[in-house]
Each structure stands twice: as C-alpha cells, then as structure tokens.
Design a protein around this ligand. Sequence first.
Ligand SMILES: [Zn+2]
Length: 332
Amino acid sequence: MHRFPAAGETSRWPVACRCDGRPNRQGRTGLQEEMNTMTLDLKTYAKQVRVTDGVFGTVLQEQGLLAPGRCAEALNSENPVAVGLVAHSYVQAGADVIMTNSLMAHRFGLEPYDLEEQAGELAEAAARIACKAVEGSETKVFGSFGPTGKIVMTCEMESGEIEAAFAETASGLVAGGAQAIVLETFNELTEVYLALKAVRSVCDLPVIVSMAFAYGPDKTATMMGNTPADLSALAATHGAAAVGANCGVGPDVAVKITELLRATTDLPIWIKPNAGLPEFKDGVTSFPMGPDEFASYVQPLIDAGANFIGGCCGCGPEHIRKIRDVVGARGQ
Ligand SMILES: [Zn+2]
C-alpha cells in the first residue's frame, strides 16, 4: 500500500513522470529531491495559452478498437499499446497537456462491466500509459476522471462511498505519474466538491474542476442548474487550481461560457468543447465539426480568457493540430 500525505503534510509525490509507476523516496538527494517535491503551478504554466488533447473514445472507435457500448478504460489493461498510440498521437499533434484514458475509471463507472474491483489498477495503468507516451517531450500528463452518474443531492448514494471511490481512482492516477488531476464532465456542484475533497485526501496535486454546461436558455448551466459563477465560487473556496468547461456544447457556446467563467475567477480556465452538437443516424452518434471550423473558435476562446484549450467528444488529433496552429509555437 502506498502511504499518502496527511492533511497539512507536504506531498512528496514526484512531479516528473515515473513510468515505473512506483514512488521512490529513497536514494534521492539535493536537486533531485527538490524537483520531486515541486508541484506544477498552473497559474505560471498557463501564462501562455496551452493546448490540451482530444478524447480517447472518438479515436479508438474510429480505429475499430472500441465497439459502441464497450468499456474504454478496460483497454488500459487489454490493449495498452493502442491506448498509448492514441495518447502519442496527441503529443505529435502538439498538445502541451494530455489526459489519461480514465474518465470512468472508478467503481461506479466500471460496475456495469463488472470491473469495479479494478478501478485503482485501471486508473494507474491509464496514467502510466500516458506517461510513456510523453517520454522525450515536454508534454504533461493530467489524470482525469468524471462523475458517478448518480444524483448526489438526492442522497441516491452515500457521500462517503462516492468519496472513497474517487480517492481510489485519484490514488491510481497519482501512482501512475499524473502531474495534475482534472475532474471533468461533472453536472452537479456537490459532486465536484466530493471529488475535490477525495483528491485532496490522497495528494496535493493541482486540481482542475470542469463541468458540462449545456442547459438553460443560453446553454450555460449544467443539467443540475449550476452556473459558471457557482463553479468559480466553489473553486475559490476549496482551492481548485483551475476552472473549466468540457463536453455538452460546441466551441461557439464555449466562448460565452468562458466569458462567464472569466467574469467570476482569475484562475486559469480550461476549455474542451465538443466538435459541435451530436447527430444521430442509423444508431450511430457523430459530431459534425471538422478541425478547421473548430479551430476558427480558438482565437475567440483566447480573447474570452481561456488558458487551456482542447476538444471533447468528436475531437481527435487533427483538431488538436489545428488548435496548435492557431495558438502558435509551444510555450516553455
Ligand atoms: Zn465530451
């Protein structure tokens, strides 16, 4: 078992990716030790606009490696090479940050596939695969996970059970070498809070909180009615390192959401819209917006205050390459 820092204790989790995946506190001296205790400062890191990635599912499905309805996270153990190739394709496309293939790598997300006992393992494998994919580059690995799919406010689930599940996933991501944690596609502020608390209980990595705003008259509220201002307030109160919006809408609406976030926070803003709104045809869901059209919204997103820009559903490496073109040369 790994030992995690107690509240108030400085984390000694290494910042650099360690693809052996094992924390090593012994045999390190001087500069090495200092580097290992440094935490990535997102405010400094995002002084230049940073390009993030697309999604794993879209590419794996296009390649025929993931049938609709199958568990994307299971591929972290069944086919790590394929997952690694997708991750590497984002590095090659120019991403400064890639995420881990672990959106649903928690007990609640894996339960329908009878894989819940492997939650920590699959999260750790996801981070390890991403770390291997960025080897030799400056690209950072941020570990990601999404919501349970339960409604927390109605007490459908015990909050302690939810926190424990999220802590298990976060532990796996940290053990695999993630340098920050992204809580993404959340709909309910209470659940974001539980996830943030859970991550805090196992590490002190920077945490990005990102919700799916897509409802209300102007599509800028979550399904549960939370607004960008609500998320900014939670982030300020509970020490998130960045706020964001992902999924739900295309980049056009994301410009408005970014403005609403920027009006209520001075934290870095993380934006990953979908490639337009989903279209359903012959039982297949697709996202219509191509890389060029998607990239035409990058400058408006930057002008609205976005610091990290990537894509969610329907976005693959070509979308990221086009975002990179607009943002310009990689920052340091
Ligand atoms: Zn999405």
